[in-house]
Design a protein around this ligand. Structure first.
Ligand SMILES: Nc1ncnc2c1ncn2[C@@H]1O[C@H](COP(=O)(O)OP(=O)(O)OP(=O)(O)O)[C@@H](O)[C@H]1O
Ligand SMILES: [Mg+2]
Length: 228
């Protein structure tokens, strides 16, 4: 049996909009195993990003429990949370690259924060950019790259510190369909060949079906699950 890497128990999130509570997550119970490729599918407002942000420890739940590798995240202090976030790879719809930095410098940044030497991080950034098919674009800045290429840089950056898992929120949301297909092939390759655990949020049924398993969200709850 593969080991459970993420587990949520009755996870809840209520936002306050002024004085009005918005129940974004009602009671989410989810387990993700190491090496899985899971997609989270649901319409706009169903709570997908809220769930992903909680799993990534970017935000705190208002109820329930989140376990990452059997550790109850609510017991961690701020320093421990910061350490945990360093072990999680994030990829967002808007690539969030630093415009002044080249592709290589963008990929090096998380490794610099982690304290790796210039030589080590430079070499690893080159390897990662090669892996995502950007060997010939390493010294380009984001504005000199297509949307698909920018997202590849973001994926390479997310992998820089060998994360325990990769969280992707609509990773092809701002990319044309041809490049979106290529990004999905890359994501599948990372999962199948490199064993990266991936959770991908999307509202697109066809993209969700590229994952091995899909959970369907509606109104802040997981309402069903399919194996693709
Ligand atoms: N910071 C916030 N403050 C108040 N309400 C919020 C906040 N973030 C999200 N919500 C609300 O929580 C609900 C779930 O939002 P969420 O962003 O998780 O949905 P989503 O499934 O990711 O939607 P989309 O597909 O449009 O990205 C929505 O009703 C949204 O309006
Ligand atoms: Mg969202």
């Amino acid at each position: 049996m593969a080991k459970t890497i993420i587990k949520t128990v009755d996870l809840r999130k209520t936002y306050m909009q002024g004085k009005i509570p918005v129940e974004a997550l009602r009671s989410v119970n989810l387990e993700v195993e190491e090496g899985e490729f899971l997609s989270i599918l649901g319409p706009s407002g169903s709570g997908k990003s809220t769930l992903l942000n909680l799993i990534g420890a970017l935000d705190k739940p208002t109820g329930g429990r989140l376990f990452i590798e059997n550790i109850d995240v609510s017991t961690l202090n701020d320093n421990q949370l910061a350490d945990l976030r360093m072990k999680i790879g994030f990829v967002f719809q808007f690539f969030n690259l630093i415009p002044r930095f080249t592709a290589k410098e963008n990929v090096e940044l998380p490794m610099a924060i982690a304290g790796l030497s210039k030589g080590v991080r430079g070499k690893r950034a080159e390897e990662l950019l090669e892996m995502v098919g950007l060997a010939s674009r390493m010294n380009h800045k984001p504005t000199e790259l297509s949307g698909g290429e920018q997202q590849r840089v973001a994926i390479a950056r997310a992998l820089a510190n060998n994360p325990r898992f990769l969280l992707m929120d609509e990773p092809t949301g701002n990319i044309d369909s041809k490049n979106a297909f290529e990004i999905m092939q890359l994501v599948k390759k990372l999962n199948e060949e490199k064993g990266v655990t991936i959770i991908m949020v999307t509202h697109d049924q066809r993209l969700a079906a590229e994952a091995r398993r899909t959970v369907h969200m509606l109104d802040g709850m997981i309402v069903s699950e399919t194996v693709n």
